[in-house]
Design a protein around this ligand. Structure first.
Ligand code: MRU
Length: 356
């Protein structure tokens, strides 16, 4: 499986996803500002991958800043954290990772500057390792929901590329496949940026997991024909009541699934849950550049000057979600008390309250 993001020789190396599937182009960054740009321009994307990129970017910035005193280092650190927080608004994992780096900074600020720099690098690498482990757990828990021979619809890319590795929604599918279940994955192309066609199809095809690429408008008809037996997607932010923001188009799929009596599952780590937001209406939704809608890979497909809307995410109400699959297990019919119970385990290291 291809590494999404790595720390190599004090550089952050990432696979530039804008060029997939045409080209596997890796870029190595020593300047944290290049990592912020990569989050904004979708060279790296997907909620958990954004979090890892931010954590590594913050560690990289602290490593290279020419501060001589703890006061100077703290000022630079605070400013870098603010810069990362402005990169994208919806995926709460970004803010979760920044808060974790801040807590590590505070815990280590009595040590030498070099020890602090090392501690922040360690924290970023721990976030990466924990994300991969969480995805394996999500896969293990979620694969029990998949039957042999099942047709599964997924939207956007919630795979290895969107995480530290293995994936959330695709992690469930991978685990089911590895357990010997014969699945067929229907992959929504996912306009406007085509994460399904370019990334999810690429991941599944590379691994030989049976996949059928479809356009976003085909889901209802395939459900009616009985080809799709479940829908699994990832999440960018889950409110305390279970309402879930994910790639635009997800909400429509949840409605279609309900109408066809098909279970709709969300697979995400607990770092995607924002206990500070009580309901989906309060989740900030990113509005992206109109050119993503009017152009495909730089080629215009609409008249110049046409009015455009381009919200990158929508919110699926928790009542449409059959189960939330996290590394803590499967939560059927998620509601506020059930979501809160996911953080009761004393082994949970992250904070459940995030800022936006
Ligand atoms: O705009 P993107 O590509 O960052 O959107 C990604 C998604 O919507 C994913 O489904 C979500 O982040 C979950 S990734 C495990």
């Amino acid at each position: 499986m291809t590494a999404t993001i790595e720390w190599i020789d004090d550089k952050v190396v990432l696979l530039d996803q804008r060029f997939l599937p045409r080209e596997e182009r890796y870029v190595a960054f020593a300047d944290y500002r290049d990592i912020i740009a990569s989050i904004r321009n979708l060279a790296i994307r997907g909620a958990p991958a954004i979090a890892i990129a931010a954590a590594m970017g913050i560690a990289l910035a602290v490593l290279n800043v020419p501060a001589q005193t703890m006061v100077e280092l703290r000022e630079s650190f605070a400013s870098v954290c603010r810069d990362f927080a402005s990169a994208r608004p919806t995926a709460v994992n970004l803010f979760w990772a920044i808060e974790r780096m801040k807590r590590r900074f505070d815990r280590t600020s009595g040590d030498s500057l070099d020890e602090l720099r090392q501690a922040l690098k360690d924290e970023a690498l721990t976030i990466l390792a924990e994300d991969i482990a969480a995805n394996r757990e999500i896969g293990r828990a979620g694969s029990a929901l998949i039957s042999d021979g099942e047709g599964i619809l997924t939207h956007c890319n919630a795979g290895a590329l969107a995480t530290g590795g293995y994936g959330t929604a695709l992690g469930v599918i991978r685990a089911a496949w590895e357990a010997g279940k014969r699945v067929t994955v229907y992959v929504d192309e996912t306009r406007p940026v085509l994460q399904g066609a370019r990334l999810t199809a690429w991941e599944l095809h590379n691994e030989g997991i049976p996949a059928v690429l479809i356009t976003d408008g085909m889901a209802a008809s395939l459900m009616k024909r009985g080809l799709i037996r479940s829908v699994i997607v990832g999440a960018d932010r889950i409110a305390a009541n279970g309402d879930t923001a994910n790639k635009i188009g997800t909400y429509g799929l949840a409605l279609l699934a309900r109408d066809h009596g098909i279970p709709f599952y969300v697979a995400a780590p607990r770092s995607s849950i924002d206990m500070a937001i009580s309901r989906g209406e309060d989740i900030p939704i990113e509005e992206r550049d109109p050119s993503e809608v009017t152009h495909i890979q730089g080629i215009p497909i609409a008249p110049a000057g046409i009015a455009v809307m381009n919200p990158a995410f929508d919110v699926t109400p928790s009542g449409l979600i059959g189960a939330l699959i996290t590394e803590a297990g499967v939560l059927h019919r998620p509601t506020a008390p059930g979501i809160a119970s996911l953080f009761e385990c004393s082994c949970y290291k992250g904070e459940s309250q995030h800022s936006a």
